[in-house]
Design a protein around this ligand. Structure first.
Ligand code: SF4
Length: 333
């Protein structure tokens, strides 16, 4: 009779072969993967490291963001300190001036970032004045900063996205946050389909679509597989993976569902399911992975966010650049 360990190895070999073909593993296989015991994590990492290197080499893609409009959001996302529904004491301000965004992009470039994203709170940047500020900002960024230009502006219609594309926007970021079947537990103020349609529109207009989620909200392991499948159906180009850093005052302030190994398994799952895509580890990296941060690349990530997050501080860029160098990885140009 085969030992449990031999069975895990055989399963991983099969999944790895499938991922290396570019297709990614199925829903059932994904469910098998995430239920492999924690004690076999290094077997999983050996596989995902090979898949990452096969498709992405040793390049690491760094992105950075600015919170260009903070707080007062009418949505009720249960993890978010920027929602008007919760008393979190988060800083609130309207859209910042374009010079401030351009300066922040220059700083991100000095820190080694390759992509810079303008992020705003709220359901959508619908107001013409805000869209006009953003269009002007993008034109100036294009002229002054050699970084890929990304934005995360909520649920957008085709007309506004087209205007921003004409001004120089290259990537559009919009997370689905969680699986369709779990979304009503997290947000009741808009439909999942509104988010899906925003990604479909961004893809239709030729944007590089950056779309992922946040984990540790109370979703089941199977729902993590479900989200990966939806992202595969949408053919997103890059998958940001966030881990919940519980914010005081939000309904999830006491949530505690993740361990460092669970986080690594989530990254691995996404590398197995979306083997050819960019997998980028974003918010919640330090607090959830702690001393295991450098293993995100073995788990399959080929990118990470550098600098501060939306409402919380990140690790110093110097430390992150050191980690990448020590691992023998190099920054994607
Ligand atoms: S996640 Fe975005 S949409 Fe949801 S409450 Fe926060 S700012 Fe608003």
């Amino acid at each position: 009779m085969l030992s449990k360990f031999t069975m895990v190895k055989a399963m991983l070999n099969k999944f790895e072969e499938k991922a290396l073909s570019g297709n990614g593993i199925s829903y059932d296989e994904g469910c098998g993967l995430i239920n492999i015991p924690d004690s076999d994590i290094f077997e999983i990492l050996a596989s995902t490291d090979r898949i990452r290197r096969f498709f992405k080499g040793n390049d690491v893609n760094l992105c950075s963001i600015i919170n260009a409009k903070s707080g007062l959001c009418s949505e009720d996302c249960a993890f978010c300190s920027q929602s008007v529904h919760y008393d979190t004491g988060v800083k609130t301000y309207p859209m910042v001036e374009h010079q401030k965004i351009v300066e922040a992009a220059k700083g991100a470039m000095q820190n080694g970032a390759r992509e810079f994203s303008i992020v705003t709170s709220g359901t959508s940047v619908g107001k013409d004045t805000d869209v006009n500020i953003l269009a002007r900002t993008l034109k100036e960024m294009k002229a002054q900063v050699a970084l890929e230009r990304c934005a995360s502006l909520g649920i957008m219609n085709e007309e506004a996205l087209r205007k921003l594309k004409d001004a120089g926007l290259q990537s559009y970021h919009h997370n689905l946050e969680t699986a369709r079947s779990f979304f009503p537990n997290i947000c009741t103020t808009h439909d999942y389909e509104d988010d899906v349609n925003t990604i479909r529109t961004a893809k239709k207009l030729g944007f590089y679509a950056c779309c992922g989620g946040i984990f540790g909200l109370g979703e089941s392991r199977e729902q993590r597989v479900e989200l990966a499948l939806t992202l595969r159906e949408l053919d997103v180009d890059s998958v940001p993976i966030n881990f919940l850093n519980p914010r005081p005052g939000t309904p999830l302030e006491n949530a505690n569902y993740l361990t460092p190994i669970e986080c690594l398994k989530i990254i691995s799952l996404y590398r197995f399911m979306l083997p050819t895509k960019d997998i980028v580890v974003c918010g919640g990296r330090q607090v959830n992975l702690r001393d295991m941060q450098s293993l995100i690349f073995a788990a399959g990530a080929n990118g990470m966010m550098i600098g501060n997050y939306l409402t919380t501080l990140g690790r110093s860029p110097e430390e992150d650049l050191h980690m990448i160098k020590d691992l023998g990885l190099k920054l994607r140009k």
